[in-house]
Design a protein around this ligand. Structure first.
Ligand SMILES: Nc1ncnc2c1ncn2[C@@H]1O[C@H](COP(=O)(O)OP(=O)(O)OP(=O)(O)O)[C@@H](O)[C@H]1O
Length: 631
């Protein structure tokens, strides 16, 4: 029996729309505002188009860029829990789908300069369609705009920074560097430790050497303050490792900033100081953690680039998509698979063989239908996690849903991972271990250490949870850890704010320049005043009276979603039991959690929950790919 057949029931005279809409609201499938908007756009008529608009608004709420006709379950489009008796369901009919599409195409709210847009069998809110179209247009424009390069000089520099190992293997970092040096737009994707930052630092050294007479103005950005601080640290580390001579080293920036800061936030507005009319002053923009950047912010950033600019996007395509709508990085990297060579055109392979492997050409072309396949470089080999590392093997097993590799990894007894079954005892042990880790920064605080050192110590460990609510969610975990730390005499959590309390800001405050995801610790200053302290991307200390803080929560435990863009030496992760783990616990979530760990990772979970999550891969609906197909 169906819940609602969009063609048959929605247009039936005796169908009780009010009851059905109430059910949708009760089951939180849609919001009141969605119903009102769908009615408005459909001139108060409740019919099949009204329900399609509702479905679109629901899709947007779930961070999809659009509603794909092919993805709709026409017999139960809202995936209802309640069984709603509607009589005989209409059989699936191809012509009826065609009819509704035609009806939509002629609808008064659909079209150019209208609130809704149709594209490639997908229905959009026009705002999102416009962002997608803008990105596709700019990416293609950048791809087509030629660059003048002294090829011989570039070959020499590539040889210097990537000395040929003269065996048969391909140095993909060198390939990535050659690709990025010779095009205005390049995506560089790879898992943790595959050398994205190292490659980009070498690329910057090569580009500044090529253009030494008129060096490029380079800006580095990341979506969060945390990610920007990490990028700064990594670029600095890579520069030191490369041992660049000082004149060249000075031409490579190491201070990254947030995208919001670069664009120039205008308080109480969703506009930025920099836009197409007031472009950014730069020649090359590097965006790190690009998987976290949502469609609208990326569109605004790309729109603000000057016409001559180059753009490089770095990120891990397999991580969770952005918190807000869109999944641009994974859309651009959709055809890449671990263990498979990317498809590059023969023209690109000829050029890369000339630039990188003059002695012995190594690359052979393979055509792709994707217009930007020659703009995506893929690093697969991790230099941080070798075959001796459990973290790397576990991440690989999860990411490829390889149960055999998972079993082997668990049996090998790696020292850098531990997996505990979820039960009462393990739950209590996890809380105790977390409290033990956090006692380090609290002991430093009690000893009067500098705020920077206290923050540094806090960031050595993080407990991650898949859920917010319930006994396995961050709220309860935070309370439990707080209780243990209090019992150990390390904190006095009697007021809303107390010394040693770690907090995460959960909304943007453009006035204070505190952003969603920023982590602070409450500390007493020299006058014994309690202040919330934050370390900014430049490593500077910023302090605020607690009463001034934007909305925030304790962060002894944080959700995996919130941990994106951060790394911790020690990371622990807890997954709920099977009864609570059907929604939202998927491969991307697990992979993101595991790859936050640099040195040690522990998981507390039921085996079946782990296996189910590995098998559940999610993707967001978007039309960006279609906009970027050849022809
Ligand atoms: N070709 C290489 N040979 C040896 N070591 C390398 C190579 N490339 C990178 N490394 C080392 O591997 C580690 C990880 O490199 P890097 O930070 O550049 O990777 P990443 O992809 O940016 O990582 P993440 O995204 O996880 O921060 C660094 O210690 C770096 O020095």
């Amino acid at each position: 029996m169906s819940q609602l057949d969009l063609f048959e029931d929605a247009t039936r005279h005796d169908f009780d729309h009010d009851a059905f809409i109430n059910l949708l609201l009760q089951e939180s499938r849609v919001r009141y505002a969605d119903v009102a908007l769908a009615k408005l756009l459909n001139k108060q008529t409740i019919d099949d188009v009204f329900y399609l608009i509702l479905l679109l608004l629901r899709a947007e709420q779930l961070q999809h860029s659009c509603l794909a006709f092919d993805d709709i379950d026409w017999q139960d489009p809202f995936a209802m829990q309640a069984h709603y008796q509607l009589g005989n369901a209409a059989p699936w009919q191809e012509q009826v789908h065609h009819k509704i599409w035609q009806k939509l195409a002629q609808h008064q709210a659909v079209g150019v300069d209208k609130p809704l847009t149709l594209f490639a069998q997908k229905l959009y809110l026009s705002r999102l369609a416009n962002y997608e179209a803008l990105l596709a247009e700019r990416f293609i424009a950048m791809q087509k705009q030629p660059l003048v390069i002294d090829e011989n000089h570039l070959i020499r520099l590539l040889g210097e920074y990537f000395p040929d190992n003269s065996n048969d293997t391909i140095d993909w970092q060198k390939v990535a560097c050659a690709m990025a040096a010779t095009r205005r737009f390049c995506v560089l994707t790879g898992g943790p430790g595959t050398g994205k930052t190292t490659t980009v630092t070498k690329l910057l050294a090569i580009l500044q050497s090529l253009y030494i007479k008129a060096p490029l103005t380079i800006k580095l950005v990341a979506p969060t303050g945390k990610a920007a601080a990490r990028l700064s640290e990594s670029i600095l580390g890579a520069k030191v490792k490369l041992g660049l001579e000082s004149q060249l080293s000075e031409l490579i920036p190491e201070q990254a900033q947030t995208i919001h800061r670069l664009l120039g936030v205008i308080p109480q507005s969703n506009q930025y100081r920099h836009n197409q009319h007031n472009p950014l002053h730069l020649d090359l923009l590097i965006i790190d953690e690009a998987s976290m950047v949502d469609l609208s912010l990326l569109a605004k950033l790309v729109e603000a680039l000057p016409a001559h600019a180059r753009l490089i996007m770095l990120g891990d395509k397999d991580q969770l998509a952005s918190v807000d709508t869109g999944s641009v990085l994974s859309d651009l990297c959709q055809e890449l698979r671990m263990g498979v060579l990317p498809h590059y055109s023969q023209a690109l392979c000829d050029s890369l063989n000339r630039l990188c492997f003059a002695q012995q050409p190594k690359l052979l072309g393979q055509e792709s239908d994707f217009a930007l396949s020659d703009n995506v470089a893929f690093l697969q080999h991790s230099h941080r996690f070798d075959s001796q590392s459990g973290i790397g093997q576990l991440a690989l097993a999860v990411n490829t849903n390889d149960r055999k590799l998972l079993t082997q990894t668990l049996q090998k007894g790696f020292e850098d991972i531990a997996i505990h079954p979820l039960n009462n005892e393990q739950y209590q042990d996890l809380i105790s271990r977390a409290a033990q880790h956090y006692s380090h920064y609290l002991t430093l605080m009690q000893g009067g250490a500098a705020a920077q050192d206290i923050h540094q110590a806090f960031l050595q460990y993080q407990l991650l949870a898949a859920l917010r609510e319930g006994p396995y969610g961050v709220e309860q975990l935070n309370k439990r850890i707080e209780q243990v730390l209090h019992a150990r005499g390390l904190i006095q959590p009697f007021a809303r704010h107390y010394a040693g309390q770690p907090i995460m800001v959960v909304e943007n405050d453009y006035q204070l320049k505190l952003f969603n995801g920023d982590i602070g610790i409450l500390l007493k200053d020299e006058h014994m005043q309690l202040k919330a302290t934050f370390i900014d991307e430049q490593g500077n200390l910023r302090s605020f009276y607690p009463a001034r803080l934007p909305r925030h929560e304790n962060v002894y435990a944080m959700t995996i979603h919130k941990s994106q863009g951060s790394e911790f030496a020690n990371t622990a992760m807890i997954l709920p039991p099977i009864q609570r783990s059907s929604v939202g616990i998927n491969r991307q979530l697990l992979y993101t959690g595991i790859t936050r760990a640099k040195q040690y990772f522990e998981l507390v979970a039921q085996e079946q929950v782990l296996l189910n999550a590995m098998a559940r891969s999610v993707s967001r609906c978007s039309g960006l790919r279609e906009r970027l197909m050849k022809n």
